[in-house]
Design a protein around this ligand. Structure first.
Ligand SMILES: [Zn+2]
Ligand SMILES: [Zn+2]
Length: 371
């Protein structure tokens, strides 16, 4: 089968013939039907982020189950599935509490070293799968703990982006911030994840929702998804503009989708009393954040403000993925306008260029049904 392989840091995706091992144990063979282009994959491809290469990236996957290993119990052949970019062992205390992000043994889902062959290889040897997935490919071999079966009426491109963009953006609002009716929210970065935070804030009843971006196309989308105010931070100082939009009070929740310290510092500077800044976009290794100008001089102490890191929207994806499918099917979650374009696997390099510069929310690779 074909896959887009990342051979080394800074190299373009290479379309190559690769081979998948048959499923063993609790592994599931998924025919990938849609695979979203998340910004995190291109960050890994360009900067490495400590990830071993060569590797098949891609962690927003929807597809159809073609085969299952002998020990699989939760997933059946023919199921439509969405994959999650977490590897919960399912047995440690954190997993049993539903805190899948905190699993103490995520490596339990990988093939152990004694396995006869690696899951994925090509002529040059074994290929890694980011987070145990490897979605930039026609097929993927994934542990059943990382899969959720969904309603077969759900279209694959919209389903695929639930795996990362939706659980991350909506989960930040619902699970971590627990945004309440009447509260105020600012979202820095109105791409795929940010637009989900905006529509989740609207669903939660936030009455002031401010979108900040440097691309007009994304600000237009932010308005469409429920932003009450939008700020072009290439033209206006976002701290002054958010303060002005909230009558000087500042916001209850600031979501930072851009992994840039200066943006996180702007988020901290627009918090109101008891407000929290949530850091969501991945920062480069070694990035430093300043608490402005020091914890005591800034408002963090007297105004009881907080800064919190989040990962995949603090999601228990077994619960959240079916919830977001249901909200979409009921017309309450707009995923159609998040899928800006569908592309072919071989167009992946060009599509990532567009993601960086072209104001699209999400490009999704689609694959025709094999049979
Ligand atoms: Zn665990
Ligand atoms: Zn992602």
């Amino acid at each position: 089968m074909r896959a887009a392989v990342t051979r080394g840091i800074g190299q373009a995706f290479e379309i190559a013939d690769v081979t998948l091992s048959p499923p063993e144990g609790r592994e599931v063979l998924v025919e990938v039907r849609a695979s979203g282009l998340c910004h995190s994959d291109i960050t890994v491809a360009q900067k490495g982020m400590g990830v071993p290469m060569p590797i098949v990236l891609g962690h927003e996957i929807a597809g159809v189950v073609k085969a299952v290993g002998p020990l699989v119990t939760r997933i059946k052949i023919g199921d439509h599935v969405v994959a999650a970019a977490l590897q919960p062992c399912g047995q440690c205390p954190a997993c049993l509490r539903g805190n899948l992000n905190a699993c103490s043994n995520p490596g339990a889902l990988d093939r152990d070293a004694s396995a006869s062959e690696c899951r994925l290889h090509d002529d040059c040897g074994c290929l890694g799968q980011l987070q145990g997935l490897g979605g930039f490919a026609e097929q993927a071999l994934i542990h059943e703990n990382q899969l959720v079966s969904i309603d077969k009426a759900m279209p694959f491109p919209q389903a695929s982006i639930i795996g990362c963009a939706v659980v991350t953006g909506c989960g930040a609002v619902f699970n971590a911030a627990k945004v309440a009716p009447g509260q105020s929210v600012v979202v820095f970065g109105c791409g795929g994840v940010g637009l989900n935070a905006i529509q989740a804030a609207k669903l939660a009843g936030a009455t002031r929702i401010i979108g900040v971006d440097i691309q007009q196309a994304k600000l237009d989308l932010a308005t469409k998804f429920g932003a009450t105010d939008v700020i072009d931070s290439s033209a206006a100082n976002p701290v002054d503009a958010v303060r002005a939009a909230t009558g000087g009070a500042g916001v209850d929740h600031a979501f930072v989708m851009i992994g840039v310290p200066a943006v996180a510092e702007s988020a901290m500077a627009v918090l109101g009393f008891g407000g929290t800044a949530y850091l969501i976009g991945g920062m480069s290794p070694g990035a430093e954040l300043k608490l402005l100008p020091s914890p005591m001089d800034s408002a963090l102490l007297p105004l009881q403000q907080g800064v919190r890191g989040l990962w995949l929207g603090s999601s228990n994806f077994y619960h959240d993925i079916p919830l977001y499918v249901d909200l979409y099917m009921r017309g309450m979650l707009n995923l159609d306008d998040l899928v800006s374009q569908t592309i072919k696997l071989e167009d992946i390099n060009e599509a990532y260029e567009t993601l960086e510069h072209g104001g699209v929310a999400r490009s999704v690779i689609t694959f025709p049904a094999a049979d």
